[in-house]
Design a protein around this ligand. Structure first.
Ligand code: NZQ
Ligand code: ZN
Length: 388
């Protein structure tokens, strides 16, 4: 049964080859000063920077440079971005990059006119913004997080060994996002694989919760099948437009809140992965891959019918003459084989974590109770050790 819900997504998307031309429609809606947010320089090598700057200049914008946003953006960088926005009276934050740039832009947007420290207010106290919010637009260059059409903004505090996401409301979500699948062609294969696994994990997090027969779970299964098929095609030929466009579109739908509507959700893989990320600063999708199978094998007995359904519907496992436990394990083995074929990290040790970090990672893990088993701290330590 679907529970009651309301659904509204305010982000306008422009999808396809050459979609950057739609900046000409969007930019005139905002004031003159545009903070151009980007990462460590990939957009300067692949030409995306030049296309965006040309569009900004054609619209007569004053460009305020804000490069150097690192993967897993830090609280120090956030404070720097806020300072840049304040000094330049910025009217629009334009993120050109992956989830890190989009998340960072949203975190800056709620902090420019806020008198308090953003880390304390939004990430430790989880308060909502009461101040004026600077609008955000995105030009996406990496598919994975769904940040282009959601209110999530994940920030890392290395001093406190915490990586925390705040999901802001409609008013913080990007006003528009430009999604050109060809912009993802230049991604290194390892980043592409990490993004693909992030997409798959977002769908699993919303799927592995509740026993009911609902539309959201059917949509989730279709999205999973699409990303599995396209991932194999894209690994073989990174410039396969069909595959890259399917991956980009699936990423957006995997986390724009649609498939969570009317049902409960889990999100423990992300809680474990984020805590491990705070200790290792490893790529987000890789941390998720490293903890997923130990976690799913642990909770499988508590949600057996769903894991058996996952095996049959997503991985094509035949159920004839088998118990649900056998079917479920076959499904998880198929998932494991797929993950290995993408070259994903299969352990936290590969990402630089050591067993002596297990207790600390467990302490940094936010425990949620929407999945098939509300974990105790001891169980979390056990799963983290199994992920090493
Ligand atoms: O720094 P640049 O030059 O941009 O290079 C990036 C970076 O090194 C590179 N890259 C991106 N597009 C490229 C490219 N390289 C070549 N060609 C391109 N077209 O890829 C690297 C990773 O980029 P990043 O933005 O960090 O990756 P991703 O999109 O995976 O974002 C990760 C961040 O998003 C958060 C994660 O925790 C992490 O901090 N998440 C945000 C979510 C949300 N808003 O809802 C949900 C997710 O679960 C996730 O937690
Ligand atoms: Zn994720």
């Amino acid at each position: 049964m679907l529970g009651n819900f309301s659904y509204h997504n305010p982000t306008k998307l422009y999808f396809g080859k050459g979609a950057v031309s739609y900046l000409a429609e969007e930019l005139p809606k905002y004031g003159k000063n545009v903070q151009l947010i980007y990462g460590s320089g990939s957009i300067k090598k692949n030409g995306i920077y030049d296309s965006v700057v040309a569009a900004l200049k054609a619209c007569g914008k004053n460009i305020v440079e804000d490069g150097g946003v690192m993967p897993n953006p830090t609280v120090e960088k956030l404070r720097e971005g806020v300072d840049i926005a304040r000094r330049n009276g910025v009217d629009l934050l334009l993120a050109v990059g992956g989830g890190s740039c989009c998340d960072y832009a949203k975190a800056v947007s709620v902090s420019v006119h806020c008198g308090e420290d953003p880390w304390d207010k939004y990430y430790l106290r989880f308060e909502e913004p009461e101040c004026e919010i600077v609008p955000v637009g995105c030009v996406l260059t990496m598919a994975g997080t769904g940040s282009e059409m959601n209110g999530g903004a994940v920030i890392t505090n290395h001093a406190q060994k915490l990586k925390i996401g705040h999901v802001f409301g409609d008013e913080v979500m990007p006003k528009f996002s430009i999604l050109d699948p060809t912009y993802t062609f230049s991604l290194p294969k390892r980043q592409m694989a990490a993004g693909i696994y992030d997409i798959f994990s977002h769908i699993c997090e919303q799927y592995f919760s509740g026993e009911d027969d609902n539309t959201s779970d059917y949509i989730a299964e279709a999205l999973m099948k699409s990303v599995i098929k396209s991932s194999l095609d894209a690994m073989e030929d990174p410039e396969n437009y069909e595959a890259r466009s399917n991956i980009m579109w699936t990423a957006t739908w995997a986390l724009n809140t649609l498939i969570a509507k009317g049902k409960t959700t889990d999100w423990m893989v992300h809680m474990l992965g984020q805590a491990a990320g705070a200790y290792t600063d490893a790529t987000h999708g890789m941390t998720l891959a490293a903890v997923s199978l130990p976690y799913y094998r642990y909770i499988c007995p508590y949600g057996l019918p769903k894991f058996a359904r996952f095996a049959k519907e997503v991985w094509g496992v035949s159920g004839a003459g088998k118990t649900d436990a056998q079917i479920a394990e076959e499904g998880l083995r198929a998932m494991e084989n797929w993950m290995r074929s993408l070259g994903l990290a299969m352990s936290l040790s590969e990402l630089g974590a050591t067993v002596d970090m297990a207790e600390g990672i467990a302490d940094a893990t936010l425990i949620l109770d929407g999945g098939y088993k509300a974990l105790t701290r001891d169980e979390i330590v056990q799963i983290i050790k199994q992920s090493m």
